[in-house]
Design a binder for this molecule. Structure first.
Ligand SMILES: NC(=O)c1ccc[n+]([C@@H]2O[C@H](COP(=O)([O-])OP(=O)(O)OC[C@H]3O[C@@H](n4cnc5c(N)ncnc54)[C@H](O)[C@@H]3O)[C@@H](O)[C@H]2O)c1
Length: 256
């Protein structure tokens, strides 16, 4: 069941859920390749893992650029050997390219394009190169970070919501295509979770804080580690018969 000694690529690993998962993976003895746009955050995340005795490297990567993703996977394989696991977690929030939240018809085209370029095409590029690396060495497991809004909606966020629905489509499609070739592909759907993305959303829209504290039936926001634990379980052999699922990790948000 152990993940010890296995190699994993984690995107969006400089902060939030990705950084927390990288720390947990390294504590379990995984060899961790962290990818992110944020060079300082990535270097700090690797330094923290190494201080704890873990093995990690950081590769500056824009997941929206396929050549960068190809180089990321090649660097992971070069340093840590066969790729066993991947956590495709990097994403941008809604209206990151607009001044304010916007109703559906007012969402700027540039925001739609950017959210789809990073959250959908970026995840697709990661999966393509990870799958090819895994096929070459006998298989592996992939987890993509979608969101509760991969199956639900919230107001004024069509760019993000459409992108997260698509991540679930990518997950199911790859799970089916590689089911007989020893690659499992699943998605985690976090509820509201403490992270830089959420802090930025709260700063832009303070009314969201009250909503966030009330929306999850268990009455609190998740810690990033709670999402990471679920992702690592899906990546482990304990989940050997689990593929194509969308696992809500949301304190019950999806049942109300
Ligand atoms: N925090 C929440 O409440 C919540 C809820 C549901 C889903 N999610 C999802 O969880 C994942 C992690 O988000 P988080 O909450 O930890 O946010 P975060 O902002 O703390 O982390 C996201 C990381 O992704 C990186 N990133 C953004 N664009 C990138 C790109 N093009 N290439 C490489 N890296 C890039 C950022 O630099 C950042 O370090 C995202 O997919 C997000 O959509 C978060």
């Amino acid at each position: 069941m152990s993940l010890a000694g296995r190699s994993i690529v984690i995107t969006g690993a400089a902060a939030g859920i990705g950084a927390a998962t990288a720390r947990l993976a390294a504590k379990q003895g995984m060899r961790v390749t962290l990818a992110d746009l944020d060079l300082d955050g990535g270097a700090a995340a690797v330094a923290a893992i190494e201080r704890d005795g873990g093995m990690a490297q950081f590769v500056a990567t824009d997941i929206a650029e396929e050549a960068a993703v190809a180089a990321l996977v090649a660097t992971a394989v070069d340093r840590f050997g066969p790729l066993h696991a991947a956590f495709n977690n990097a994403a941008i929030p809604s209206h990151s390219h607009t001044a304010a939240p916007a109703d559906f018809a007012d969402m700027p085209t540039v925001a739609m394009h950017r959210s789809l370029a990073v959250n959908v095409m970026g995840t697709f590029f990661c999966m393509r190169h990870e799958i090819n690396a895994m096929l070459a060495t006998g298989g592996g497991a992939i987890v993509n970070t979608a969101s509760n809004v991969g199956v639900l909606a919230i107001p004024q966020a069509v760019d993000y919501i459409a992108s997260k629905h698509a991540v679930i489509g990518l997950t199911k499609s790859a799970a089916l295509d590689y089911a007989k070739r020893n690659i499992r592909v699943n998605a985690v759907l976090p509820g509201v979770t403490k992270s830089r993305m959420m802090e930025e959303s709260f700063a832009k829209n303070p009314e969201l804080i009250e909503w966030a504290n009330s929306v999850q039936p268990n009455g609190r926001i998740a810690d990033a580690e709670e999402i990471g634990q679920a992702a690592l379980w899906l990546l482990s052999d304990a989940a050997s018969f689990v593929t194509g699922i969308s696992m809500h990790v949301d304190g019950g948000y999806s049942i109300v």
